[in-house]
Design a protein around this ligand. Structure first.
Ligand code: HEC
Ligand code: HEC
Length: 193
């Protein structure tokens, strides 16, 4: 019940145009850069880049961590003390940063890339994540994200470790796929042109 109220309140705030305070978001983001990188481009294994993620996606993930519906030993305590204004301001700040440059993810394995591309097409990943995998609204930007993090998230959706808002979109997208296919997808998304 508490969660339903929190989410309803957030929904209202998501639709409140112009409410975010970018300067406050930038100040608050100083607490995030140790792991998520300067300007939100991560150099740290296991920590995702936040730069250029859709504002809505970032707000939701922070609310999921704060409410505990998304589990992570590092992020749950980080999010616990954030107010709704902090969530809005931080999300607006990172959404406005320049996304990681494509091709910044190390070496490409052309064979794995084309396998990953085929699996992405067969599973219609672009129907939600858009043709350039930059996504919008509640879906994550996956094009150019760290490969290690992409693989971890796909495995977490498949195992049920990550449920977030309880939306079935991602568990449905990956439940039929084997680990080799998840690895090829992560490689393709990390290097997607
Ligand atoms: C000590 C390291 C650390 C700090 C500091 C930190 N994070 Fe994180 N963050 C992580 C890790 C690790 C993950 C990946 C969690 C997982 O594997 O599910 C993460 C995940 C996230 C995600 C989910 C992104 C996605 O693509 O799924 C968001 C949003 C986020 N952090 C925002 C923040 C914000 C905002 C701050 C500052 C207030 C912050 N983090 C501070 C380590 C950190
Ligand atoms: C029906 C819409 C839909 C389809 C199809 C879909 N996704 Fe997603 N995806 C989402 C949404 C929504 C989220 C955010 C999930 C959440 O909030 O927990 C997401 C999140 C992700 C994430 C987590 C990224 C992060 O930064 O946390 C990855 C990786 C991902 N999708 C990859 C894929 C791949 C690969 C495919 C194709 C096999 C795919 N998605 C198909 C909607 C979709």
């Amino acid at each position: 019940m508490k969660r339903a109220v929190a989410i309803a309140a957030l929904l209202l705030s998501v639709t409140r145009v112009g409410a975010a305070d970018l300067a406050a978001g930038a100040a608050k983001a100083a607490a995030c850069t140790a792991c998520h990188g300067k300007d939100g481009v991560s150099q740290m294994a296991g920590a995702p880049s936040l730069a250029g993620q859709p504002d809505g996606f970032l707000q939701w993930q922070l609310v999921y961590f704060r409410s505990g519906t998304r589990k992570d030993a590092v992020m749950q305590p980080m999010a616990a003390s954030l107010s709704d204004d902090d969530v809005r301001n931080l999300a607006a700040h990172f959404a406005a940063q320049k996304p990681p440059p494509r091709g910044a993810n190390g070496n490409v394995d052309p064979a794995m890339l084309s396998v990953g591309q085929r699996i992405a097409q067969a599973n219609r990943c672009a129907s939600c994540h858009k043709d350039d995998y930059a996504s919008e609204k509640a879906a994550a930007r996956i094009g150019g994200q760290r490969e290690d993090y992409l693989l971890k998230s796909l495995r977490d959706f498949k195992s049920g470790a990550r449920t977030g808002g309880g939306v079935a979109a991602m568990p449905d997208a990956v439940y039929r796929l084997g680990d080799d296919e998840l690895r090829a997808l992560a490689h393709f998304m990390a290097h997607a042109p």
